[in-house]
Design a protein around this ligand. Structure first.
Ligand code: FES
Length: 182
């Protein structure tokens, strides 16, 4: 008698039927789950948009002594899933360099994102995390600093004679050139 002549055993048929059912069931469950995961995590691929110009302070609050002052930036923030109106989104150092000219630096260290500190004794900025050093204008003060670039400069406008508006923007850390976070 040849093997093909042997009739299918009921147990074997039952096993094949169950295996097929499990496989179809798994595919049926996985496809919607995968679609769901893509939907849930898709917003993470979209980063919050840069703010427009934000009123930060007035010239009166910036004595013309060349010292930087730290200000928090309050603006609307949008993350992957939510919108938050008027919350802290970052901070800047503002330095009045002329009667009507102000320079702005993002406080975030371009190495790995720690906030830098102004050191009055050396008139420079120091990052407490890995000791990157920056001059008053934000450029690197020490070539040994691990930061790949100087502090990120931001656009400042003086409006209505005294209002200091800053276009706040974050940039990618760890890169030698400024790459805005969209
Ligand atoms: S985060 Fe500033 S030096 Fe590393």
């Amino acid at each position: 008698m040849k093997p093909s002549d042997i009739p299918d055993q009921p147990e074997r048929r039952d096993f094949l039927t169950k295996t097929a059912a499990v496989a179809i069931g798994a595919i049926t469950a996985l496809v919607p789950a995968a679609v769901g995961l893509v939907t849930v995590f898709d917003p993470l691929r979209r980063r919050s948009a840069a703010s427009g110009p934000v009123l930060v302070t007035t010239l009166n609050a910036l004595p013309n002594d060349g010292k930087p002052r730290r200000f928090q930036i309050i603006a609307d923030r949008e993350d992957a899933w939510n919108k938050f109106p008027q919350v802290p989104v970052g901070a800047v150092y503002l330095r009045r360099v002329d009667e009507n000219r102000v320079e702005a630096l993002n406080v975030t260290c371009p190495h790995a994102g720690c906030p830098v500190e102004f050191k009055p004794d050396t008139q420079s900025f120091l990052c407490p995390c890995h000791d990157s050093k920056f001059k008053l204008d934000g450029t690197l003060a020490d070539p040994e600093s691990p930061s790949p670039r100087g502090l990120d400069t931001l656009t400042v406008e003086i409006r209505n004679g005294a209002e200091v508006w800053v276009t706040f923007q974050n940039f990618e850390a760890g890169k030698a050139r400024k790459v805005p976070l969209a």
